[in-house]
Design a binder for this molecule. Structure first.
Ligand SMILES: [Fe+2]
Ligand SMILES: [Fe+2]
Length: 186
C-alpha cells in the first residue's frame, strides 16, 4: 500500500479519519434520538418520526464504514460517541442544530475525499462517493425543514402538516448504498 502511515496506529491518515467518521456518525445518530425524543415529548409526532428515522440512517452510515474497515482488514477499535446537546428552548433550535450537524458531516466527507486522493487510495475515494451524494440530500432536507419552521412563524401545526405530506418515511434504504456490517435498520 502506498498510503502514508501513522507511526502510532499503523493506519493511513485516511483510515484514521474513517474511524473518526464512525464516531461522528454514531454521535449524529445519538443526537437525533435526543431531538426526536424532545419533539415526541412536545406532542409533535411527525417531527419526532423524521428524527427517529434519521437516527437509524446515521447508525447505518456508521455500520457501512465499519463494514468497509472489516472488508479491507483494517485493524481498528470501535470508537465511542461524543457529547451531544440536550438542552433546547424552541423547535427552531433543534432543526438548526440538525442542519449544522449535516453541514459538518459534509465537510468531514470532503476532507476524507481529499485525503484519500492525496494518499492514492482509489478504493477509498470510490467508497466515499455515495456518502458525498447522500450529504447533499441530507443538508437540503434540513435546510428545507428550517425554512418551513421559520415560515410557519410559531404555528407548529403547519410544520407537522408539511412534514406529514412532504417528508414521508423513506422505507427501505437508498439504492446503491454500501452494505452495513450486520443488518441495516433504515
Ligand atoms: Fe450520516
Ligand atoms: Fe446525516
Amino acid at each position: 500500500m502506498t498510503s502514508t502511515t501513522d507511526s502510532d496506529s499503523g493506519l493511513s491518515k485516511f483510515h484514521r479519519l474513517l474511524v473518526d467518521q464512525v464516531r461522528h456518525e454514531f454521535t449524529a445518530s445519538h443526537q437525533y434520538v435526543a431531538l426526536a425524543a424532545w419533539f415526541d415529548d412536545q406532542d409533535l409526532p411527525q417531527l419526532a418520526r423524521v428524527f427517529y428515522e434519521q437516527s437509524l440512517e446515521e447508525r447505518d452510515h456508521a455500520m457501512m464504514i465499519v463494514r468497509y474497515l472489516l472488508d479491507r482488514d483494517i485493524d481498528f477499535a470501535l470508537p465511542g460517541v461524543d457529547e451531544i446537546e440536550t438542552a433546547f428552548s424552541s423547535p427552531r433550535d433543534l432543526v438548526a442544530l440538525a442542519l449544522r450537524q449535516e453541514r459538518e458531516v459534509s465537510d468531514q466527507f470532503q476532507r476524507l475525499a481529499k485525503v484519500a486522493r492525496d494518499e492514492d487510495d482509489y478504493t477509498g475515494e470510490q467508497f466515499l462517493q455515495w456518502f458525498i451524494q447522500e450529504q447533499v440530500e441530507e443538508v437540503a432536507k434540513m435546510s428545507t425543514l428550517l425554512n418551513v419552521v421559520d415560515r410557519a412563524n410559531g404555528n407548529l401545526f403547519d410544520v407537522e402538516t408539511f412534514v406529514a405530506r412532504d417528508m414521508p418515511g423513506e422505507g427501505e434504504g437508498s439504492q446503491n448504498a454500501p452494505a452495513t456490517a450486520g443488518p441495516s435498520v433504515s
